[in-house]
Design a protein around this ligand. Structure first.
Ligand SMILES: *Cc1c(COP(=O)(O)O)cnc(C)c1O
Length: 392
């Protein structure tokens, strides 16, 4: 749980052999909410409170009846409105998250050969899925050093161009554009897991914009959503006609048929859906994607300027044009010990600013999704200043 502003922080837990001293950050410096994870990410308290309103009318009731189907409908129409889906685009959903959708895409969207831009751990995983698929030609892999990016580039023979709008492991943004010269029926397949709802996008440039709801959309895990263009819907039919063996749980035609009935193939994560709908409708009421994008730009603008102004910090992504507005990565330079800084922050209730797995151990990685108040990002950097000064 989070502490209200000004509440006393929990006493730092003593860890045997911990090099970080018992530092208690003054309550006046602490953010109102200390969760800065890049996914799962901060869920607003009001979203969780809203669950009590459906506790006995929707939660624990049949997903084949109106109350849950209405949640699915609100998710689909709300997402189409928030993301500005052009006419003819459809929002498809299913169980399993973005990792599962990679398998869905390999089975149900790629005709023969994809191109995959690899700029971090998540985009590398999709490239691995495409490479391992025995029914596809090996993908053409374009890679950039982590912290930088490579743009998709048209090539004859490629029927699907895959890249991540926001590479969550490195904090690198790749703009969503159809590569010039791509075949007319080629698909632009965009992993928008940590971007959708927090970064501006023109969906006319994408054919499949897919994501899971536990990142920029402040929900919980367990579902995937894919906003599909008419070109993508035609490809689903075309690939289905190839007769590739496809498990029902990974079948796009079945997911599409269920989604059109405001359902999922099997039982959905209803609470995840409810949290998502609340956040999508909240974002729409605040001013939609333009409002959300301005808010994340304000948060990230502060974080990067702060890092540039410190001799002991530096944005991990060198080129400002590549820097993500929703996931900020900042290197802490010697002699500052990033691990000790993160440990003190966690002991004070400021959590999940850890780098992605082994990537950049000297890093802070900060989720700045629309649920995060820019004032909390300012408080976070003030806390880091305070901790670094005391650890010196
Ligand atoms: C988190 C993430 C995924 C994996 O999402 P899951 O729902 O956990 O499977 C995939 N791609 C990107 C860009 C992500 O940030």
């Amino acid at each position: 749980m989070t502490s209200p502003p000004g509440a006393a922080a929990p006493a730092p837990a003593a860890v045997p052999g911990d090099p970080a001293p018992d530092l208690r950050v003054p309550a006046s410096l602490l953010p109102a909410d200390g969760r800065f994870g890049s996914g799962p990410s901060r869920v607003r308290a009001a979203q969780v409170e809203a669950l009590t309103g459906i506790a006995t009318t929707v939660v624990g009731t049949s997903h084949r009846q109106a109350p849950v189907m209405d949640l699915v409908r609100r998710a689909r129409t709300g997402l189409a409105a928030l993301l500005g889906a052009p006419d003819g685009y459809e929002v498809v959903l299913g169980n399993g998250g973005s990792t599962l959708f990679w398998d869905v895409a390999a089975l149900g969207l790629v005709r023969e050969q994809a191109q995959a831009c690899v700029v971090g751990e998540f985009s590398a995983k999709l490239a691995a899925v495409l490479t391992a698929a025995p029914f596809l030609a090996d993908p053409e892999v374009l890679s950039a050093p982590y912290g930088s990016r490579v743009l998709p580039a048209s090539r004859s023979g490629v029927d699907t161009y895959a890249f991540a709008h926001n590479e969550t492991s490195t904090g690198v943004l790749t703009p969503v554009h159809r590569p010039a010269g791509a075949d007319d029926d080629a698909l632009v397949l965009v992993d928008a897991t940590s971007a959708a709802g927090g970064v501006d996008v023109d969906l006319a440039e994408a054919d499949v914009y897919y994501f899971a709801p536990q990142k920029a959309l402040a929900s919980d895990g367990g579902l995937w959503f894919a906003v599909c263009s008419p070109r993508a819907l035609a490809r689903v039919e075309e690939v289905a006609a190839l007769g590739r063996w496809t498990p029902a749980s990974l079948s796009l035609p079945l997911a599409l048929a269920s989604s059109r009935k405001e359902q999922t193939l099997n039982t959905p994560a209803v609470v995840t859906l409810a949290l998502l709908v609340d956040q999508v409708e909240w974002l729409l009421a605040q001013g939609g994607l333009a409002w959300a994008a301005a808010r994340t730009a304000e948060s990230s603008g502060h974080l990067y300027a702060w890092a540039e102004q410190r001799v002991w910090a530096r944005p991990f992504v060198a080129d400002p044009a590549h820097r993500s507005p929703v996931v900020g990565t900042v290197d802490l330079l010697a002699p500052v010990d990033a691990t000790a800084v993160r440990r003190v922050l966690r002991a004070n209730g400021v959590v999940d600013v850890d780098p992605y797995r082994a990537l950049g151990p000297d890093q802070l990685r900060v989720g700045m999704f629309p649920a995060v108040d820019p004032a909390d990002v300012q408080a976070l950097t003030a806390c880091v200043d305070w901790v670094v000064e005391r650890l010196a």
